[in-house]
Design a protein around this ligand. Structure first.
Ligand SMILES: CC(C)(COP(=O)(O)OP(=O)(O)OC[C@H]1O[C@@H](n2cnc3c(N)ncnc32)[C@H](O)[C@@H]1OP(=O)(O)O)[C@@H](O)C(=O)NCCC(=O)NCCS
Length: 323
């Protein structure tokens, strides 16, 4: 007989957050893929109405499983991980059931916790155990996020491409550029389930991450922009935000094209291609030997731009849901 592990639901104190990070690290070294992505890791310390943390323990108290449910979007999204030494004991199924109940519980509309939503579960890397697990739970793939990569040669890094006539490239200025960037980001990613919903708090959380470097966050602005920058919050015509994680394992020098957006009023003018080239030149000049990025599997224009720029698929992340 299998006995369910004790679970705790609620905000995580500092020790519990550390235990979840250690669990994620153990799973990553076993599976070769990190089970929790950036936003859930940023949310570990968040105690909000729309986020639920569920931790499974052994009787002795060590953390063997974790699921986070985020109900802030149109659908609820979960990321789930079980410690490699405790798999095939039903813990994954139990945490999934708990997450589904948490997401789908009916609620009065407009309630801050935003229950009553369908649940989608991420499988990073879409590994065979996750596929088998999803199948056994009656879930099907509903969304695909591709991880693309291409090599870079820092020894032969090109100059940054010039801005088109009427524009110039400049670094993002935290504080001054927040409102304008959020506006254009929301417009450029209007149909994207997460990126287009970024709030000022989400932006500030990223600006205070150790990897944040304004020099790697480019805005394409009108050439005649005044010294005050963008006081009306109009936002750039296009932007390119790069991210280079410090302390990468095994001497890796990956540089990420973190977010690239073109305002819809300027789409079709070749700015996506230009900003990709800016990113590749900047990352190579900063010493990266590989450029990486994430793109939705159904974003045909972006996929075409990146394939033309030499990117190829390195991994795929899949969201599963009930049909
Ligand atoms: C996927 C994952 C959460 C499964 O956790 P788990 O605790 O091992 O899963 P369970 O024991 O509850 O398995 C439930 C059922 O899923 C299926 N399953 C799970 N892992 C499997 C595997 N490696 N091979 C084949 N079937 C598997 C089986 O049908 C299993 O039932 P059974 O053991 O009675 O045959 C775990 O492997 C994990 O943490 N992987 C990395 C993170 C990840 O991919 N998360 C996304 C999940 S969609």
């Amino acid at each position: 007989m299998r006995i369910a592990a004790p679970i705790e639901i609620g905000p995580l104190d500092a020790d519990a957050q550390q235990a979840v990070r250690a669990l994620a690290a153990a799973a990553e070294s076993h599976d070769g893929v990190a089970p929790l992505s950036e936003q859930p890791l940023l949310n570990l310390g968040t105690d909000a109405e729309w986020i639920t943390h569920v931790v499974a323990h052994t009787k002795a108290g060590s953390t063997i499983g974790y699921v986070q449910v985020d109900r802030s979007g149109d659908t609820a999204s979960a990321e789930l991980v079980i410690h490699p030494e405790h798999r095939r004991n039903g813990h994954g199924r139990m945490l999934l059931k708990t997450a589904e109940r948490d997401a789908t519980l009916p609620s009065r509309s407009g309630e801050p916790g935003q229950h009553g939503k369908h649940l989608r579960v991420w499988a990073h890397g879409d590994l065979e155990p996750a596929r088998a697990f999803a199948r056994s739970a009656g879930l099907q793939p509903v969304r695909e996020l591709r991880f693309l990569a291409r090599s870079l040669d820092p020894a032969r890094a090109p100059e940054l491409p010039a801005a088109p006539v009427g524009y110039r490239l400049r670094a993002f200025r935290p504080g001054t550029d927040d409102a304008g960037w959020l506006r254009v980001n929301a417009r450029a990613f209007a149909t994207h389930p997460e990126q287009g919903r970024m709030t000022l708090d989400d932006l500030r959380a990223r600006l205070s991450e150790p990897w944040f470097d304004p020099e790697g966050f480019f805005l394409l602005v009108p050439e005649n922009e005044g010294a005050a920058g963008d006081p009306d919050g109009v936002g750039p015509a296009a932007f390119l935000w790069t991210k280079t994680e410090p302390g990468q394992p095994d001497g890796a020098r990956d540089g990420e094209i973190y977010v690239l957006g073109v305002d819809p009023d300027h789409q079709g003018e070749g700015l996506g291609r230009l900003m990709t080239d800016v990113g590749l030149a900047y990352l190579a000049r900063a010493g990266a030997t590989r450029a990486v990025l994430y793109v939705e599997g159904d974003n045909t224009p972006a996929l075409a731009t990146y394939e033309r720029a030499g990117f190829a698929r390195a991994a795929v992340h899949v969201q599963y849901a009930r049909p």
